[in-house]
Design a protein around this ligand. Structure first.
Ligand code: NA7
Length: 549
């Protein structure tokens, strides 16, 4: 390419009605819906293909813990007819194939710019448009921008001295390469025992020469109970799709399992053990969202379930000291994301696996050959960081977003995110955030939560263009009220007592991204309650937004 060509590319401007950022579960459906309304849309996607979470998280063992058939687009009716799920809880390759097939069938890729990461966005107060800059040197302009950047898409690494010094292979689970990574017979270290780490550790332990697991906090993990799907079971499920999709709109977070209204207090001690055993034998989140509902709110009820789980860990882990290390002692069940596992606890009975508690034996530094702990060096060929994400707000904060009066989103959120209904931020007109903080899009069963929010967004976008609206902006008072409500409701629950990614506690204290105040980042209410609130906005002329025609 000549210098002149480079300059032309760098200054190229492309104008659309709507720019969508992200071609994951939300962005793909958003594109489809907006196109159906006749709007010109461009999707900017950092990855090389569609699928979001299922494009990036290719680590060994990556798998759903929502039942596969409950976690697919309801709108893609032809795929409901002919897509057979091979397992009750599908693995990453199958999910990636599913979203790629949706893109093929609905011809989505022609409007998606791949390998294009949005780096900055600035609002033009005269033109009421956003100018969006990308790492490819291209600039896009649109009156409306919808971010579909996901709630778990900004990976974080631990702040350990020497992290870049390591000469072996180094991977973050959420940035796993597409090329085959061979771990067989290698010395592997995994740092992190969240939902991701637990899946990866179980898989890596099968072939690694030696695996050292570094655990900061023991987690309450429950058996996934995956199984192969038979044609008969698939046919039965397919016949029930209309009812299932309707019902899933009314479970708490769009999962097949919902809180049982019969509380633990309604059972005798013996009956309660039977009830717990029944939940334990069930698939996936039967052992979370399917439990007696007071487990979510009462410390006493929660402790009874924790006691049941402690017994299960003791039964499965041979060495009592290791079992004790794997038993959580600082938080109630379900106050962090509950990992689902497939043989995780038994991994620690293997000769090739060691468990090290970071609280007892912290990593002092990473060296060229492994890690240095207080009690000695551990060599490794591979270090895997399963250390999670700057959840909910990270993907947006990592874009340099400048709104009215030159205020950046990072500045607006320095005390923690504030939003109006999780869809807009005051001072950032014509910018809608889907699946960011304080909303329900992308939090829960991904497709179930995203679909309803995207459909609401599409109605609003249509209204904006039909009514020649030039500017829509959250009213600061409405934003305050909503953000306070989110915080107050969260502080009433058991979750508030637990350090977790839901409050940004997982960010290191010296991380500049850590907000000055500890605020709740998600939304505590039920899916249908949230969707009703969005629908009421549409019905009542969008109160809480300042709208200029
Ligand atoms: P999580 O659930 O945030 O887990 C991250 C894990 O990494 C967790 O065990 C953390 O310990 C650990 N961690 C984080 N930072 C460090 C440092 N600095 N040192 C050591 N260990 C650390 O992320 P996941 O990817 O597992 O799961 C996220 C979502 O993916 C989940 O909601 C599912 O939807 C799938 P901690 O518990 O914070 O002490």
């Amino acid at each position: 390419m000549t210098a002149t060509e480079t300059a032309t590319t760098a200054t190229e401007k492309t104008t659309f009605d709507v720019l969508v950022i992200g071609a994951g579960i939300s962005g793909m459906y958003q594109l489809h819906l907006l196109r159906e309304e006749g709007l010109s849309v461009r999707v900017l996607e950092a990855g090389s293909d569609v699928g979001g979470t299922w494009h990036w998280n290719r680590y060994p063992g990556a798998r759903l813990d929502s039942e596969s058939y409950s976690y697919q687009y309801a709108f893609a009716t032809d795929m409901l007819e002919d897509w057979d799920w091979s397992e009750l809880f599908a693995g990453q390759p199958e999910l990636e194939r599913y979203y790629q097939t949706v893109a093929d069938r609905y011809d989505l890729r022609r409007d998606i710019e791949f390998d294009t990461r949005v780096t900055a966005m600035a609002f033009d107060e005269q033109a009421n448009t956003w100018t969006v800059t990308t790492d490819t040197g291209k600039t896009f302009v649109a009156p409306l921008v919808i971010t579909c950047t996901g709630v778990l898409s900004a990976p974080i690494y631990p702040h350990i001295p020497g992290i870049d010094r390591f000469k072996g292979e180094r991977y973050h689970t959420a940035l796993w390469p597409a090329e085959t990574v061979t771990l067989e017979n290698k010395k592997v270290i995994v740092i992190g025992t969240g939902a991701t780490g637990i899946q990866a550790i179980t898989e890596v332990a099968k072939t690694a020469g030696h695996l050292t697991v570094f655990q900061r906090t023991a987690n309450w993990a429950v058996p996934l109970r995956n199984q192969a799907m038979t044609p008969e079971r698939m046919a039965e499920i397919r016949a029930g799709y209309p009812d299932m999709f309707e019902n899933l709109q009314h479970t708490f977070s769009g999962f097949l399992h919902d809180w049982d209204p019969v509380p633990t207090t309604a059972y005798t001690p013996e009956e309660l053990q039977e009830r717990f055993q029944q939940a334990w034998n069930g698939p996936g989140f039967a052992k979370w969202m399917g439990l007696p509902n007071d487990i979510a709110s009462s410390a006493e009820a929660n402790q009874k379930w924790c006691d049941f789980l402690v017994e299960r860990i003791r039964e499965r882990v041979t060495d009592p000291a290791t079992a004790a290390l794997l038993t959580p002692n600082d938080h109630y069940f379900g106050t962090k994301r509950v990992p689902c596992e497939s043989g995780y606890y038994e991994v620690f009975n293997q000769d090739n696996v060691d468990l090290i508690s970071l609280k007892q034996n912290p990593i002092l530094e990473i060296t060229e050959t492994g890690v240095r702990t207080e009690t000695g060096d551990i060599d490794a060929d591979v270090i895997i960081f399963a250390t999670g994400f700057e959840a909910f707000s990270g993907a947006l904060k990592r874009i340099d977003i400048t709104g009215v009066g030159g205020i950046t989103l990072e500045q607006a959120w320095s005390d923690g995110p504030v939003t109006y209904l999780g869809v807009q931020v005051a001072g950032f007109p014509n910018l809608f955030i889907m699946g960011g903080p304080h909303g329900k899009g992308g939090h829960g069963n991904g497709p179930r939560c995203a679909e309803k929010v995207q459909e609401w967004m599409t109605d609003f976008a249509k209204h904006i263009f039909d009514e020649s609206i030039v500017r829509v902006e959250a009213d600061p008072a409405a934003q305050r009220e909503w953000s306070d409500e989110v915080q107050e409701r969260a502080m009433k629950g058991l979750m508030a007592q637990t350090k977790s990614a839901f409050f940004g506690d997982n960010l290191a204290d010296d991380d500049p991204a850590k907000p000055r105040k500890r605020t709740y980042l998600a939304y505590v209410g039920a899916l249908d309650e949230y969707v009703d609130r969005l629908k009421n906005l549409t019905k009542n002329g969008y109160p809480g937004f300042v709208i200029t025609s």
